[in-house]
Design a protein around this ligand. Structure first.
Ligand SMILES: Nc1ncnc2c1ncn2[C@@H]1O[C@H](COP(=O)(O)OP(=O)(O)O)[C@@H](O)[C@H]1O
Ligand SMILES: [Mg+2]
Length: 312
């Protein structure tokens, strides 16, 4: 049981909600495998089913069917042990306003039965840069501080897996960067991280592996680099020194000529920039600058989400 490759393993998970007496399939035969020690992104638009899955992991939502294992423990057989393995940072900033950060962490540690001598309240506050706010009322904390305090609450029982549901939704850019850095530092301790996000930039910046979900269904899962490889289109813009007539050899690169800028697109698995430059030289097309653009996760996302949109 202690030997497991996947920190989280879910198979054929289904969940139906009734929303204003309408049936909502929040998860449909959902599968995911999260490798131990990795940062795994669960990526999808609003309403995709991300929080539903996270809440099933935390025992807050009951699945209708399927199997979920946390660190090899089946949550249906032993929810108590599985809960100790996982720390969940919820999407909502629900913090009791009349407690201080130190009190909240102590309370949480008490709930998990962590003995006083093993508590790490001050260490956690220090790591989250909340030492100055140690004894302040939580209601006086800024949004970013509350977010960090919620992360701290999820860490009191030193779980092996930390799950963050939309860790940076609605926070400022500079706070986002500090939350990212903190997530990376927890990951370096060997913890497994699962985070949900609808920000592609976040997934691209943090994650080793990514699962994309939409309308409750898994669309694609793989390493970040594998997903990036799916979109192999690159484009290159050449700044030309004078007007040109487009040679027919460039047709296959879908040329767009705008003033003195020539934009060409190509599949990097089929051709390379050198071949394109050779064609330009052969046709005596002079240029003073080249800019190339690689695809990013945004492109993967648009590609896979659009091709799986049931309304299409
Ligand atoms: N408690 C609930 N009651 C009814 N419908 C719900 C409930 N929780 C989630 N849903 C619905 O399930 C779908 C998935 O929601 P959610 O898992 O919160 O998506 P995400 O976190 O990806 O934005 C949505 O259509 C949402 O409205
Ligand atoms: Mg959500």
């Amino acid at each position: 049981m202690s030997d497991y490759k996947f920190s989280i393993e879910a198979e054929n998970v289904n969940k139906i909600f009734l929303k204003k007496s309408q049936r909502v399939d929040a998860l449909i035969d959902f599968n995911i495998k999260i490798e131990k020690g990795t940062i795994h992104g669960l990526l999808g638009p609003n309403g995709a089913g991300k929080s539903t899955f996270i809440n099933i992991l935390g025992g807050l939502v009951k699945k209708d069917s399927g199997n979920v294992k946390i660190c090899g423990i089946d949550i249906d057989k032993d929810i108590k042990s599985s809960k100790f393995k996982i720390g969940i940072v919820p999407q909502e900033l629900n913090i009791d306003p009349f407690f201080s950060p130190a009190e909240l962490l102590e309370l949480q540690a008490g709930l998990y039965g962590v003995p006083k001598r093993k508590r790490k309240t001050d260490e956690i506050l220090e790591n989250l840069k909340l030492t100055d706010q140690r004894n302040a009322y939580a209601r006086t904390l800024s949004g970013g501080m509350r977010r960090r305090l919620l992360i701290g609450k999820a860490l009191v029982h030193d779980p092996e897996i930390i799950v963050l549901d939309e860790p940076t939704a609605g926070v400022d850019i500079d706070i986002r960067t500090s939350v990212w850095n903190y997530i990376k530092s927890i990951s370096k301790l060997g913890k497994t991280i699962c985070l949900t996000t609808h920000y592609l930039e976040e997934a691209e910046n943090l994650c080793d592996n990514i699962t994309i979900i939409n309308y409750g269904k898994k669309i694609i899962e793989g390493s970040k680099n594998e997903l990036l490889r799916i979109i192999s289109t690159k484009s290159a813009s050449f700044v030309l020194t004078k007007d040109i007539k487009l040679p027919s050899e460039l047709k296959e690169f879908k040329p767009i000529l705008n003033n003195n800028i020539l934009k060409l697109s190509y599949d990097k698995n089929q051709t390379n920039l050198k071949k394109i430059i050779d064609i330009l030289i052969k046709n005596k097309i002079e240029f003073i600058e080249i800019n190339t653009i690689e695809g990013d996760l945004e492109d993967v996302f648009i590609k896979v989400v659009n091709s799986n949109d049931p309304s299409n």
